[in-house]
Design a protein around this ligand. Structure first.
Ligand code: GAL
Length: 365
């Protein structure tokens, strides 16, 4: 009896990452925190993500955003739903809305935990394209929903040429994906289209810099162009300082980190829940120019990001300049089965590199 208890205890402890397999929490249930992000707070890691359900409706938000905690990154305890969808049909986060890619950051000035996420209003497909924010006094929640935005309403991006502030004749009639159309996108056709109602915000992440300035990095302009929008000091609003990255480059799933004073970003292309080839970028300033470094993945299935899509890049505590690439292997037919691809980021000179590892642990750093 004693022996079997000990054995099951030993077996339930993890000491490695096995990308793509079921990752059991300390209750033995597959972790349900998709499109997520992780923060480190007072000796504990907190992982926030989309709580998916089974079946066709499983990608809409029927419960909210989940949280798990861990001391070692291998063993995760379920902290429950920390932002709950609401039953009130008039609420922006009513049950059945779409909540994606939640990211939490701590604000040193206010002592609050700030959660940003991509919000789509119920029954409107992906048309609302809003960034939404919620606040908590504790990393374990509960998070209180505040508001949602189309960022940068009525504000031009930095360094936006005056000549692009008004439409060129006939641009609305250009055929999609022709060179002329791509040129018009680069020159801000969709920025102008959305100027009055605010810029779109779909796939997103939040990045806090060394100087505590924070930025929302979001797929905008019908997912054709990434925007970087500076947040106010309380991280609850926008300063109206923003820029465009890789115009007409069609990037989603942005994840960012900073190493030796250089900013790196890993993104995906845009093929919905299907995997595609990742991209990487680097820049000396958050405001660019962002230099394209190509696909960071190497080896088998590198052209499909090992059947996954980026969501976050986690700095490893206690190790200088070591980072974990976090990605989702989506299962759109049964979203709750989606799994997690975490891999260490290596470098080839100044280029981030991702190699597949069937099993690994923090000793690689
Ligand atoms: C993906 C995106 C996901 C989700 C999905 C919906 O491209 O990265 O977060 O929005 O599309 O089809």
């Amino acid at each position: 009896m004693v022996l079997s208890l000990t054995t099951s205890f030993v077996f339930s402890q993890s000491n490695s990452f096995i990308p793509g397999k079921q990752w059991k929490d300390t209750d033995g249930v597959h972790i349900n925190a998709h499109g997520g992000g992780v923060i480190y707070d007072n000796g504990t890691y907190y992982w926030y993500g989309e709580y998916k359900t089974s079946g066709r409706s499983g990608n809409t938000s029927l419960q909210g955003i989940s949280c798990y905690s861990s001391k070692d990154l291998y063993n995760w305890e379920n902290e429950g739903i920390v932002l709950k969808v609401e039953n009130d049909l008039n609420s922006e986060i009513t049950k059945g809305c779409i909540i994606e890619r939640p990211k939490v950051v701590f604000n040193k000035k206010t002592g609050k935990y700030i959660m940003w996420f991509h919000l789509e209003l119920k029954n409107q497909g992906y048309n609302a394209a809003r960034a939404a924010v919620a606040v908590s006094d504790s990393p374990k929640g509960p998070f209180v929903y505040k508001k949602s935005f189309r960022p940068n309403k009525g504000v031009w991006p930095m360094d936006f040429d005056d000549k692009f502030k008004s439409a060129s004749i006939g641009e609305n009639r250009l055929k999609s994906w022709t060179p002329e159309w791509l040129e018009a996108i680069k020159n801000g056709m969709l920025v102008r289209r959305d100027f009055d109602k605010g810029q779109m915000s779909r796939d997103m992440t939040v990045f806090v810099d060394d100087n505590d300035k924070a930025y929302l990095i979001h797929s905008s302009e019908d997912n054709l162009t990434l925007h970087i929008s500076e947040l106010t000091d309380d991280y609850l609003d926008f300063t109206e300082k923003w820029t465009r990255v890789a115009p007409a480059g069609h990037n989603e799933a942005p994840a960012i980190f900073k190493k030796n004073g250089i900013y790196y970003m890993i993104t995906s292309g845009c093929t919905g829940w299907d995997p595609n080839e990742a991209r990487s970028f680097r820049s000396k300033s958050i405001w660019g120019p962002w230099e394209s470094l190509g696909n960071p993945c190497v080896g088998r299935d590198a052209e499909l990001t090992f059947y996954s899509q980026s969501t976050y890049i986690l700095p490893v505590q206690g190790k200088i300049d070591q980072f974990i690439f976090m990605a989702d292997r989506w299962k759109p037919d049964n979203p709750i089965d989606g799994s997690y691809i975490w891999l260490p980021i290596k470098f080839d000179k100044e280029k981030p590199v991702l190699n597949w590892l069937g099993t690994w642990n923090l000793d690689v750093f």
